[in-house]
Write a protein that binds this ligand. Structure first.
Ligand SMILES: [Cu+2]
Length: 159
C-alpha cells in the first residue's frame, strides 16, 4: 500500500519535473511574469502606467525597456522623494535578481507609457513587449483595471 503510494508520488514528481523542463525549454528563459495590469486612465490622459510581478527562477537578468502598439514610448520609472515631494525618475534599466520576485507597483517601480494611442478603459487589454538582457524579448498582454480592482500580487504564494 505504502509502496504503491510511493510509486504514485514518484510518477507525479517526474511529471512535474518533465513539465517544468518543457516549459523552461519552450520559453528558453527562467522569467515568469504575472499580474500584468495597467491602471484605468481618463480618455484625455496622455500617459499610463503598467504594473507586474517578475518571478526569476534563474540567474540575475536586467529589464532594459519595452514597446507597445498602445503608446509612443515605454520607459522604466521609479518614484523618489525629493524635498518632500514624490517625483518620478527614469531608470535606464532594472536589475531582476535571480531566485527572487521583483515587483512593479503603484507608488514604486512602474512601466510608464508615453503618448497613449488608445484610452486605458477598464476591461480592455493591449500588447506589451519587454526586452531583457538575458531572456530577450517577452510578449505580454496587459489588462486594464480600475484602481483597487487589479489582481493581487501573487508573490506571497510559494511556487
Ligand atoms: Cu512614471
Amino acid at each position: 500500500m505504502i509502496f504503491k503510494q510511493y510509486i504514485k508520488f514518484v510518477c507525479t514528481l517526474s511529471l512535474v519535473l518533465i513539465s517544468n523542463a518543457l516549459s523552461a525549454d519552450q520559453h528558453g528563459h527562467s522569467l515568469m511574469i504575472k499580474d500584468v495590469w495597467a491602471r484605468e486612465a481618463p480618455p484625455t490622459a496622455f500617459n499610463g502606467a503598467v504594473y507586474l510581478v517578475i518571478h526569476n527562477s534563474g540567474k540575475t537578468d536586467r529589464l532594459l525597456g519595452g514597446s507597445t502598439p498602445a503608446a509612443d514610448a515605454v520607459e522604466l520609472h521609479t518614484h523618489v522623494h525629493e524635498n518632500g515631494l514624490m517625483k518620478m525618475q527614469r531608470l535606464p534599466q532594472v536589475e531582476i535578481p535571480g531566485a527572487e520576485v521583483t515587483e512593479f507597483k503603484p507608488g514604486a517601480r512602474h512601466i510608464m507609457l508615453f503618448g497613449l494611442h488608445q484610452p486605458l478603459t477598464a476591461g480592455s487589454e493591449f500588447d506589451l513587449k519587454l526586452e531583457f538582457e538575458r531572456a530577450g524579448e517577452i510578449s505580454l498582454v496587459v489588462q486594464v483595471f480600475k484602481d483597487g480592482q487589479q489582481p493581487m500580487p501573487s508573490m506571497k504564494h510559494s511556487e
